[in-house]
Design a protein around this ligand. Structure first.
Ligand code: IMP
Ligand code: MG
Length: 192
């Protein structure tokens, strides 16, 4: 069912939280020895980072990295730029890059190259959502919360023009006369 604002419930809060608890337990089992260095990609992944970090019942450190992407889908490659760098070194750290959603893969493909140059001990990705059908760059995602179809979603950190990040559920933003998400194809976004 779609409400007046064009929002259709896709993943309710309880299901998001239950899945994150499972992911946290799995991650804690996979890194038994050393602290995990969680890096959230601003801004969308902050909500996921906050819940995931508390679901990992092991020592973690947190840091943030900011990127902006322009004209995704308009050009074949997309363009990604670093807008905020990490606060601390990741050399020899077990790094888990925390992302809200993997779409074309351009953002993560770029960030993984940047971070790999800094010689972490290990480097993996945890993404709450994955839209595998939209991939144009290969990305290995070690931990995926939910695979979703090619629809534009908002809530739980995900925005459309900076709106809807604080919704507790993940919803599909349907195209209406007022809101025109137009998939990922014609949007330019900053502060993903
Ligand atoms: P990618 O580089 O195409 O993989 O883009 C990933 C980024 O695009 C995510 O971090 C989001 O900020 C944004 N994005 C992709 N799909 C959606 C969506 O359905 N809703 C909101 N933001 C999205
Ligand atoms: Mg993002």
């Amino acid at each position: 069912m779609t409400d007046a604002a064009g929002l259709r419930l896709l993943i309710p809060e309880e299901q998001i939280q239950a899945r994150i608890r499972q992911m946290g337990a799995q991650i804690a089992r996979d890194y038994p020895e050393r602290p995990i260095h969680l890096i959230a990609i601003l801004k969308g992944a902050c909500f996921f980072l906050a819940d995931l970090a508390r679901a990992i019942q092991r020592p973690v450190r947190i840091d943030f990295i900011g990127i902006s992407s322009y004209g995704r889908g308009k050009t074949s490659s997309g363009e990604v730029k670093l807008t905020k760098d990490l606060d601390s070194s990741i050399e020899d750290a077990d790094v888990l890059l925390v992302e809200d959603i993997v779409d074309s893969g351009v953002t993560l493909n770029y960030l993984l190259q940047v971070l790999a140059q800094r010689k972490p001990r290990s480097l993996r990705v945890a993404a709450l959502l994955d839209k595998p059908s939209r991939r144009i760059r290969p990305v290995e995602v070690a931990y995926v919360g939910f695979e979703i179809p090619d629809e534009f979603v908002v809530g739980y950190g995900l925005d459309y023009a900076e709106q809807y990040r604080n919704l507790r559920d993940i919803c599909v933003l349907e195209e209406t006369s007022e809101s025109q998400p137009a998939g990922g194809s014609s949007r330019a976004s900053a502060g993903a």
